[in-house]
Ligand binder design. Structure first.
Ligand SMILES: [Mn+2]
Length: 351
């Protein structure tokens, strides 16, 4: 459903719809600007309240159908986000699934997370969408710098409350499991393991707001990591939370739940997209020129409208470096089969 505030029955001007706010924020980003000056704490808190009520009706595990474009970590890369949506097509003409970590590390967390909230896009929770984490990085500092200490901290609380309503994973086309971090050893338990339907049902059991502890499966969905080498299925995660899982754990999970692929984000990969475990586990990272320090390429992934035969990965990646992306002024073809492998600068722009 479209995310809109209640219509005004009186004679005064109708309040701006939440969709209108997003469209204004998007246009500011296209002009390389940031938050419009009239985006006050009250306005943002109102938009978050609306988002929360919409998210409350959604399950913890989304069941989606393609075609859909997936994003990995963004970490405050607002201008890249806006430009990518422009190049790929604004929703609802195109659907999007974001795999978490909108805030922290990069320069414009507030703008990035706000642009990600409306409908026609599906937004999963990352490990940084948690005040216990972002107060130690720069999202809370960014809010305080923008709105002052008290208002900034209040808004930080509103964001944290809203983040607890985000879904934590998705199944796309009945064959692709998507989440921010990765798998949980809890999914081996007979309670989860009976079938794909049972897995989804059990993940949907905890009610919102989702306040999770370090030791439950929600924490694993947000925090776990894929490890290329290793013989045992699970090992402690050096991040200090959750586990790392190996190919054996991934293959057991996919086979048991009749899934073909796992798509996750959470780990920095230099080329934006990395295939592990014989191509069955995809790590996606969409913050190009990450934290303005790494000269990495970002990537997004297009998944088609129907399930594959399970042999060949059905997705198509689109890579980009930040400079070329921001200079790109054309829309990509409607059909992903016609996309280039990487967004390149047009010849006329090269001096
Ligand atoms: Mn992460």
């Amino acid at each position: 459903p479209p995310l809109q505030s209640d219509s005004n029955a009186g004679n005064s001007d109708p309040p701006e719809t939440v969709a209108g706010l997003f469209s204004r924020l998007h246009n500011a980003g296209l002009q390389q600007r940031c938050l419009p000056s009239d985006f006050t704490v009250q306005l943002i808190a109102g938009a978050l309240a609306t988002a929360k009520s919409v998210l409350l009706a959604e399950p913890n595990c989304l069941q989606l159908a393609g075609p859909i474009v997936m994003f990995g970590d963004l970490h405050g890369e607002f201008h890249s986000l806006v430009k990518l949506i422009e190049v790929l097509g604004r929703p609802p003409a195109r659907s999007y699934l974001f795999l978490g970590d909108y805030v922290d590390r990069g320069p414009l967390s507030l703008e990035t997370v706000l642009r990600c909230i409306p409908r026609h896009v599906f937004v999963l929770r990352g490990n940084h969408e948690d005040r216990r984490i972002y107060r130690y990085f720069n999202f809370e500092d960014e809010l305080i710098a923008t709105f002052g200490l008290t208002a900034g901290q209040n808004l930080s609380n509103y964001f944290n409350e809203t983040f607890c309503y985000l879904p934590v994973c998705a199944v796309v086309n009945g064959e692709i499991f998507c989440c921010h971090g990765g798998l949980s050893p809890y999914f081996n338990h007979p309670r989860f393991a009976a079938s794909q339907a049972e897995l989804v049902r059990r993940i949907n059991e905890p009610s919102k707001p989702l306040h999770f502890r370090k030791s439950d499966f929600i924490a694993d969905l947000l925090w776990s990591d894929a490890l290329d080498i290793g013989v045992v299925e699970w090992m402690p995660n050096p991040r200090g939370c959750s586990y790392v899982f190996t190919k054996a754990a991934c293959f057991n999970f996919l086979r048991r739940h009749r899934l073909n692929w796992l798509i996750r984000a959470h780990m920095f990969v230099m080329n934006g997209c990395k295939f592990s475990f014989e191509g069955r586990c995809v790590t996606l990272f969409s913050a190009a020129d990450y934290a303005q320090r790494y000269r990495n390429t970002g990537a997004v992934l297009h998944i088609p409208g129907s399930a594959s035969d399970g042999t060949k990965f059905p997705g198509r990646t689109l890579r980009f470096c930040k400079k070329n992306l921001l200079q790109c002024d054309s829309r990509l073809p409607e059909n992903p089969a016609d996309w280039p492998e990487e967004i390149a600068v047009k010849k006329s722009l090269i001096r």
